[in-house]
Design a protein around this ligand. Structure first.
Ligand code: SF4
Ligand code: SF4
Length: 199
């Protein structure tokens, strides 16, 4: 019994005069190593508001609100709920819309303040007022599918909008013979419009 006690005493004395293993945080900030999973952050430019991250988040740390009046989708990341699993980053369609950072100082007096947001412009159906999606998402898809975008009028119009062609076409003095095609419509209204035209 006595031998282990003597050994422990020796270790205690040794550690008393040796350098501390612990860091001096918070007096000295710790630099996290590569691969550290810190707080995820949205990118203002690379997030297109597609909601893939919202769908995959196992902790429900991402939510969103669509405001039809302001034509805005607001995505919110609540870091007090986040478990830093990186699923959002892996599922992001642009691969840069949300990224885990090395930020770990996340303590707040009010837990509800612990959040970051991404605000995106919404496209509203010009016929029924339904939500088509985020404008940046449509533009992203239009670029991604290349020439195939001519098969999808909504993507084509989003691309024209980006190239400032849509405004010009709509402002032409003689109305476009198929003016309905220059409207941004949800899939249902688009289908109805095409059926009316055909029959
Ligand atoms: S890291 Fe995981 S828990 Fe946190 S927001 Fe992304 S998917 Fe959700
Ligand atoms: S672009 Fe990425 S970060 Fe933005 S909503 Fe889609 S998955 Fe989330």
């Amino acid at each position: 019994m006595r031998l282990p006690k003597i050994r422990e005493l020796g270790e205690a004395l040794k550690s008393l005069f040796s350098r501390a293993y612990t860091g001096k945080y918070p007096r000295e900030k710790v630099i996290p190593p590569d691969g550290f999973r810190g707080c995820p952050q949205f990118s203002e430019t690379d997030c297109v508001g597609c909601l893939a991250c919202y769908e995959v988040c196992p902790a429900r740390a991402i939510d969103y609100v669509d405001d039809r009046e302001k034509k805005q989708r607001v995505l919110t990341h609540h870091w007090e709920i986040c478990i830093f699993c990186q699923q959002c980053e892996r599922a992001c369609i642009t691969e840069k819309g949300i990224k885990l950072t090395k930020e770990y100082e996340l303590a707040e007096f009010n837990r509800r303040e612990g959040k970051s947001q991404s605000i995106k412009e919404l496209v509203i159906c010009e016929h029924c007022g339904g939500i088509v999606g985020c404008l940046d998402h449509l533009k992203f898809l239009a670029k991604k599918v290349g020439p195939l975008l001519y098969a999808n009028p909504t993507l084509l119009l989003a691309r024209h909008d980006e190239l400032k062609l849509l405004e010009k076409q709509r402002g032409e003095s003689s109305p476009h013979p198929r003016a309905g095609h220059l409207k941004l419509l949800c899939p249902n209204c688009r289908r109805e419009m095409i059926l009316k035209e055909q029959w």
